[in-house]
Write a protein that binds this ligand. Structure first.
Ligand code: PLP
Length: 433
């Protein structure tokens, strides 16, 4: 008989290393996890950027349980149920203005693939069928579907999987530690990186490009915050050339940077916006794609009996996930959580100063309730992983990605808990020696 941890092939995990010394969580409430040994762990990452309202919210538990006993499942193909329509309306209300049509998925990866397919099908529908090229960005993370890894720019997520989608190109990333180190908020330098899109238009021809997809703020590649004016510039260039702009807001959605979506915080409205994670407070898998009225309108032609978009998932608009999402949106509204990150931003930023002069820290990037602490590279392997394991041993969950420690706590965090995160993290970074 094999050991108890043998059978679960864990995602994005060094399985053998983990199983030699597992970290197992058992309970969660508010800002804290409890592990199987009964130790309390402060959640510095909102699970995986998703539990924005904190853990164990009884309102969500009750809504899910009520919905499960009332109706466990209903198809969304040629059928419907009221909660999906209600949730779509609520998302249109809180989303950027003009993005009023909502397609449901079950994850960020599915939201991205849906958005890319929508972009291609839209261009075809308006007679621009030669626009089949998709443009992503270096260091971008758009989930793990073939579409997402094709436009994504993290090499380890791409290199084992063959040629990927044809006709994809990438903009340069905007990380520029030399010019922008230790910037609080949006960095001053780098808006001109958006002009590379003009270069790609010259290279490939605008008539071949369907869409550009970027995270307004990259999370997974280590918190890369858009330079001032960069997103505006991308918007101008895409509009000028008839290219759709897709914002992947799977991480930035639902209050992470101080508005419902980063698009609203930074005043740039894309044509398509993807989200997931915080939509259900991480309780159940669900994603959504918000689409402009004009894109939607372009599909609504032809005979009324014709299916307009040949795409969808068995669990699109799952009633139990809808119930969880509606209860989540109620909490966000009641507690004004979507604006909390702006309220706490100044405190968060000055608390981060504690880490600034520590050995190994080469940059701190922060906006809203997010921070990326970049450590100097080390021949013995990423220091960030060692910091992560030390923090966990000391009762703090942080996220290690390459040489970066990412912080993204639930939006219900108190100032005392912010201080606690910084002092535990400082201790772990100091222990690197
Ligand atoms: C920007 C972005 N897009 C897509 C995804 C993929 O989401 P999922 O893991 O739910 O498929 C993520 C996940 O972290 C993400 O950060």
């Amino acid at each position: 008989m094999s050991a108890a941890t043998d059978h679960f092939w864990m995602p994005f995990t060094a399985n053998r290393q983990f199983k030699a010394n597992p970290r197992l969580l058992e309970r969660a409430e508010g800002m804290y996890y409890t592990d199987v040994e009964g130790r309390t762990v402060l959640d510095g990452t909102a699970g995986l950027w998703c539990c924005n309202a904190g853990h164990g919210r009884p309102e969500i538990t009750e809504a899910v349980s009520r919905q499960l006993s009332q109706m466990d499942y209903a198809p969304s193909f040629q059928m419907g149920h009221p909660l999906a329509f209600e949730l779509a309306e609520r998302l249109a209300q809180i989303g950027p203005s003009g993005l009023n049509r909502v397609f449901f998925t079950n994850s960020g990866s599915e939201s991205v693939d849906t958005a890319l397919k929508l972009a291609l099908a839209y261009q075809k529908a308006i007679g621009q069928g030669s626009r089949t090229r998709l443009i992503g960005r270096e260091m971008g993370y758009h989930g793990v579907g073939f579409g997402g890894i094709s436009v994504g720019g993290m090499i380890n997520n791409r290199r084992a999987f063959g040629p990927l989608l044809p006709g994809v190109d990438h903009l340069s990333h905007t990380l520029d530690i030399e010019r922008n180190a230790f910037t609080k908020g949006l960095p001053e330098q780098g808006a001109e990186k958006a002009d590379e899109l003009e270069r790609l238009v010259t290279l490939h021809g605008a008539e071949t490009i369907a869409a550009v997809i970027v995270e307004p703020m990259s999370g997974s590649a280590g918190v890369i915050i858009p330079p001032k004016g960069y997103l505006q510039r991308l918007r101008e260039i895409t509009r000028k050339h008839g290219i759709l702009l897709i914002f992947d807001e799977v991480i930035t959605g639902f209050g992470r940077v101080g508005e419902a979506f980063a698009s609203q915080r930074w005043g740039v409205t894309p044509d398509i916006l993807t989200c997931a994670k915080g939509l259900t407070n991480g309780t159940l898998p669900m994603g959504a794609v918000l689409v402009s009225d004009s894109i939607h309108q372009a599909f609504m032609t032809g005979p009324e009996s014709a299916i307009e978009f040949f795409h969808g998932y068995t669990y699109s608009g799952h009633p139990v996930a809808c119930a969880a999402a509606l209860a989540t949106l109620d909490i966000y509204a009641r507690e004004d959580l979507l604006h909390k990150a702006i309220e706490l931003e100044a405190y968060w930023q000055s608390a981060l100063d504690l880490l600034k002069d520590l050995p190994s820290v080469v940059d701190i990037r922060t906006v809203g309730l997010v921070a990326g602490i970049q450590l100097a590279p080390d021949a013995q392997g990423p220091k960030a992983y060692r910091v992560f394991t030390q923090c966990f041993a000391d009762g703090l969950l942080v996220r290690a990605s390459g040489d970066v420690i990412a912080l993204s706590p639930p939006l219900i965090i108190s100032k005392e808990q912010i201080d606690q995160i910084m002092s535990l993290l400082a201790k772990a970074i100091r222990s690197l020696g």
